[in-house]
Design a protein around this ligand. Structure first.
Ligand code: PLP
Length: 458
């Protein structure tokens, strides 16, 4: 029995207690417990430290969320002040409070035209649950309750609640779900490298968008409520669709009267150098799911941004029977406000757009130009997906794709770099405050780990 205070525990003791009592998300607990978890103890800027004193560069901003970097006192101060003033009150029963009012006002200013209403929750998954509820309420309020189908894509990630997992297109998640939300169907993803062989990216982009039209016609437009997509797929591998994909998807949604939902949980709050990733791709959604970068992950918060025509229908439609104890939590709202102030007033997003984003993309491509295992690099701003391939520059795939990514990830562990593996794609998405010299270090380490991976293949 271990009874020391936490500050005196050794790494091994922490690992033993973790294995004894903590079930981790998306993990094989048996093998994790045998190997022992890495214990992260503190962080500053773009760096993490583990309990063994290793300094690790965080190429993933936590889970794509710590946009303003670690250790921002402004966020801690905002949380402390709010906790002392009003730590909690709900927004049910004809009640509100200043932080949620100020945050909504602020979001209305910085989101694209027409987004003037926001519904709050605690995560991206709950945001997408909320999207489903709003979509159904919207069509029901207009006397078109038959519009119930939501079309999503294979290999999309929209969260891990039952609705989030159902909206997502991850087969390995669907297999473990006892039931899925009905009236959700999936079409092909715009993943040209993996699925577009024999077609140009432009041909493939149109072909994948045409799947949306075909599915609408099959279901009957009078039965289809919405299309949902991440502007670029994040967890699916940082997949950037061909340029003509989103304009065509938008055209089809308008033609058949579907709501267009952009899941901006990863793309929102500056990742591509725009406030929202759909602005990079040039389309206009009716709803946006927000989380992660809204508070830079310092406290949990999610939201759905709602275009005026949808909001007005909801407002005129009577009771909307949806809400969460922590909808619009005052501490989360105060932290979100402080986070947005940093992103805007420190010019963080402008810097990503004009300086660090282009520098990162160029450096990465130069460093990996001669790599024998890079099939393609996609990305913009401070997000990139590196496709591994046994034949550089070709669309050939490794036979057992997932293994190569895990080998590379092991090298990253050993080299104090956080780089994520999704099958045979390696992903980077560092904090948006990363400097040029830190980008140099990040890219040098990523290139080293990819070189070690290639050398290991013999
Ligand atoms: N949507 C997208 C695009 C995501 O990437 C994620 C999480 O990674 C989610 C939704 C779910 O967010 P959360 O984990 O906060 O529930």
């Amino acid at each position: 029995m271990l009874n020391q205070t936490s500050s005196t525990r050794t790494t091994q003791q922490w690992q033993q207690l973790d294995a004894a009592h903590h079930l981790h998300p998306f993990s094989d607990m048996g093998s994790l417990n045998r190997a022992g978890s890495r214990v992260i103890t503190h962080a500053e800027g773009v760096y993490l430290w583990d309990s063994e004193g290793n300094k690790i560069i965080d190429g993933m901003a936590g889970l794509w969320c710590v946009n303003v970097g670690y250790g921002r006192k402004e966020l801690a101060d905002a949380a402390q002040k709010q906790m002392l003033e009003l730590p909690y009150y709900n927004t049910f029963f004809k009640t509100t409070h200043p932080p949620v009012i100020e945050l909504s006002h602020e979001l209305a200013q910085l989101t694209p035209e027409g987004f003037n209403h926001f519904f709050y929750c605690n995560s991206g998954s709950e945001g997408n649950d909320t999207v489903l509820r709003i979509v159904h309420q919207y069509w029901a309020a207009q006397g078109q309750a038959s519009k119930r189908y939501v079309i999503s894509r294979h290999n999309a990630y929209h969260g891990s609640t039952i609705a989030g997992g159902s909206l997502g297109g991850m087969g390995y998640m669907h297999e473990q779900m006892p039931s899925r939300v009905p009236h959700i169907v999936h079409i092909g993803q715009p993943y040209w490298f993996g699925e577009g062989e024999g077609q140009t990216p432009a041909e493939f982009g149109l072909a994948r968008a045409a799947e949306l039209e075909a599915r609408i016609l099959e279901l009957g437009a009078e039965n289809v409520a919405a299309f949902i997509g991440e502007p670029f797929q994040g967890a699916g591998g940082v997949i950037f669709p061909p340029d003509n994909y989103w304009p065509e998807i938008e055209r089809i949604c308008r033609k058949y009267n579907l709501l267009l939902v952009a899941d901006e949980v990863i793309g929102g709050f500056g990742r591509t150098g725009e406030w929202f990733a759909h602005q990079h791709f040039g389309f206009k959604p009716d709803l946006m799911t927000l989380a992660k970068g809204l508070t830079s992950g310092y406290v949990p918060m999610g939201a759905v941004a709602i275009q005026d025509h949808v909001a007005q229908t909801l407002i005129a439609g009577g009771d909307f029977n949806h809400g969460l104890t922590y909808s619009g939590h005052p501490v989360a709202a105060a932290v979100a406000l402080a986070n947005i102030a940093i992103l805007r007033d420190d010019g963080v997003i402008d810097t990503v757009k004009h300086d660090t984003g282009p520098y990162f993309q160029k450096s990465l491509r130069e460093a990996l130009a001669a790599s024998p295992i890079i099939g393609e690099i996609q990305g913009h701003g401070l997000v990139a997906g590196m496709q591994l391939s046994p034949q550089a520059g070709s669309q050939t795939r490794f036979e057992n794709g997932g293994d190569i990514g895990l080998i590379c990830r092991d090298h990253c562990f050993a080299n104090n770099l956080i780089m994520r593996a999704t099958g045979d794609r390696m992903l980077l998405s560092p904090p948006l405050v990363i400097s040029r010299s830190e980008i140099d270090e990040l890219v040098e380490k990523a290139a080293r780990c990819l070189r070690l991976t290639a050398e290991g293949l013999g």
